[in-house]
Design a protein around this ligand. Structure first.
Ligand SMILES: [Zn+2]
Length: 156
């Protein structure tokens, strides 16, 4: 951060010098789960190599991925999905109520069930998100797919 002559503060875009040997794969969505990406995922992790890729990732998946399976992206993606499945197991167990069943319930109960069902659908969509399909559709992601063969990172 530096001050201009007129006193206003000039922000410089933060760049990580450790990423200079990595290929950045630009994308709006998390490579692991498809929600909005607000962090950079390094694969292989920085602890394994200075070279590799920088992938779009959500904070939650980035923390879960950590340094797990640093040289096998397929195993790494499965690790993240398993952790998400475990973390949100209670929502995945929520039964789907019919409209008739919901109409028999009180307002608060109906609202709570709908919230749980919405969360269940969100978790399900995160679990079936295809990292391979997404990466193949964006920028430098094709290079990443080609160098990391044997994909199937969805779980059901
Ligand atoms: Zn994610």
């Amino acid at each position: 951060m530096a001050k201009r002559l007129n006193g206003s503060v000039m922000f410089r875009k933060r760049t990580n010098v450790n990423d200079r040997f990595r290929v950045r794969v630009p994308g709006l969505f998390c490579v692991y789960c498809g929600v909005y990406a607000d962090t950079d995922e390094h694969f292989p992790p920085v602890s394994h190599s200075v070279r590799g890729f920088v992938l779009p990732c959500c904070h939650e998946c980035n923390v879960i991925a950590g340094s797990a399976h640093g040289t096998d992206f397929k195993k790494r993606a499965l690790h993240v999905k398993r952790k998400l499945r475990s973390r949100y197991a209670k929502f995945l167990r929520v039964p789907i109520w019919s409209a008739d069943e919901l109409n028999e319930m009180g307002h608060d109960m109906k609202r709570d069930i709908r919230i749980c069902q919405d969360k269940k659908r969100i978790v399900q969509s995160r679990l079936v998100w295809s990292a391979e399909g997404y990466l193949a559709s964006i920028g430098q992601g094709k290079d990443f797919v080609l160098t990391n063969a044997e994909w199937d990172t969805t779980t059901e």
